[in-house]
Design a protein around this ligand. Structure first.
Ligand code: 5AD
Ligand code: SF4
Length: 428
């Protein structure tokens, strides 16, 4: 989400006549886009700003964007007086105007209002990748997960119109993009604000029908809003990739209730069953937090047990970290740091064993990859499968021509915990 926000901000800058430079030292305007989802994000930002303080005298202008900007607000001016712009993501639609204020010499420009129904739709996005494009379909979040800072930093949920999403997707296809990744804090609660009134499943189906688009992914889902119609839409069109990221956070219904996740373990498992019984094989990935306040050894065992039951293809795991403004901040029964660390490692070790087994199941099979790059050191191309695995492969006939952006069939010959290795095969 942040990477794509930066693409839109950079596009806005370019459209107003700015040029991009390689090094911050060469820039007249330095903007930090920041994340505050975990850890001591605020401190890291202030440290980075501190490193640049002496540059301020040379006429450089500094700005802080994103969630740390929203969270710390005008306090940033006090702690880092050389900063001239503090702007959260909900104010990006006004970013162009703020640049004009900066250019006019204003040194305390803010964009901190969260009460908005606007989304940041811009024709100027400067995309990093010429083949795969992100499209934001919904911004903000109306859930109130007890650990999560996002509703406080990105504001309330607001969906873009289906017309504007479709126009952006069609434009991308016309410019040669073949993969689209739909983005939102909770894409499943997408609701077209225009009279067409599409829900997420309808939008997915339509984006996947755009001529030239070969792969459509989406992130991220909330299990409560992940309805069966989404699985049906995916089953109906293989352009919708063979992968679902469905963050569970914990395997214990007791902890899920404390987190205010709005589903029980059984309700989550029902969604997993839809996917396991679906028309084709979907890879399943998730996010897990260990050490949420009050998480007992028994609760943690239930999370381990969930990994056995679901057999995820990959997961992101995090130690709970207290965030400002959140409900969990006031909860007692903190899990000690060493215990969080132990649980994290135990979880990761278990998942590693599962991944070794699951990846090995692919040996001998042929999978289509989209080529993402080249690993010179290994003499291999880097590919990604529809089900979101990295499949590195050799391609003897490529004569030094770049294969990046192409779709090729590859036979899997080896597997590791995090990726597959193979060789390209010619289609008969
Ligand atoms: N502590 C730890 N992990 C968190 N996440 C969100 N907030 C926190 C927090 N306070 C994790 C969740 C979420 C992912 C994006 O980050 O697992 O799904
Ligand atoms: Fe945070 Fe929960 Fe919203 Fe996801 S659904 S962004 S975890 S509050």
């Amino acid at each position: 989400m942040n990477v794509h926000d930066s693409e839109k901000v950079i596009g806005t800058l370019l459209s107003q006549g700015y040029l991009q430079v390689e090094e911050p030292e060469d820039a007249g305007l330095v903007l930090y886009n920041t994340c505050s989802i975990r850890d001591k994000a605020e401190q890291k930002v202030f440290n980075r700003l501190q490193n640049f303080k002496r540059e301020a005298g040379k006429g450089k202008v500094f700005g802080v964007l994103g969630c740390v900007a929203q969270q710390e607000g005008e306090k940033i001016f006090d702690r880092a007086p050389h900063v001239s712009l503090v702007c959260g993501s909900a104010s990006y639609p006004r970013f162009g105007e703020m640049l004009v204020q900066l250019e006019a010499g204003s040194r305390r420009v803010t964009g901190l209002n969260l009460e908005t129904d606007e989304t940041f739709d811009t024709p100027f996005t400067r995309r990093d990748n010429p083949h795969r494009a992100y499209i934001t379909i919904i911004e903000g979040c109306d859930k109130s997960c007890a650990y999560c800072v996002v509703p406080f930093t990105r504001g309330p949920e607001r969906s873009r119109t289906s017309e504007s999403v479709m126009a952006e997707a069609r434009g991308l296809a016309e410019r040669g993009y073949t993969e689209i990744q739909l983005l939102g804090q909770n894409v499943n609660s997408y609701r077209d604000p225009s009279p067409a009134g599409w829900d997420f499943a309808a939008l997915l189906a339509r984006v996947a029908e755009i001529p030239g688009i070969r792969r459509v992914r989406y992130t991220t889902s909330h299990p409560r809003d992940f309805v069966k119609r989404i699985v049906d839409a995916m089953d109906a069109n293989p352009v919708l990739c063979d992968h679902v990221h469905l963050p569970v956070q914990s395997g214990s219904s007791r902890v899920l209730a404390a987190m205010d996740r709005l589903y029980t373990r059984d309700e989550y498992m029902r969604r997993i069953e839809w996917l396991k019984n679906a028309g084709r094989r979907y890879s399943l990935t998730t996010d897990i937090i260990v050490g949420f306040p009050g998480e007992t050894e028994q609760d943690f065992q239930q999370t381990l047990d969930l990994l056995d039951e679901v057999q995820y293809d990959s997961l992101f795991s995090f130690k709970y970290s207290p965030r400002p403004n959140t409900a969990a901040l006031a909860m007692e029964d903190r899990v000690p740091e060493e215990e969080k660390q132990r649980r994290l490692l135990t979880l990761q070790e278990k998942q590693r064993a599962i991944q070794i087994r699951r990846n090995a199941e692919w040996i001998g099979r042929i999978q289509e990859v989209m080529v993402e790059g080249r690993n010179q050191a290994l003499g291999q191309w880097i590919g990604r499968t529809s089900d979101n695995r990295t499949l590195n492969f050799s391609h003897p006939g490529s004569n030094g021509d770049s294969l990046v952006g192409r779709y090729l069939p590859v036979r899997v010959t080896r597997s590791g915990p995090n990726s597959l290795v193979g060789e390209s095969v010619s289609v008969v």
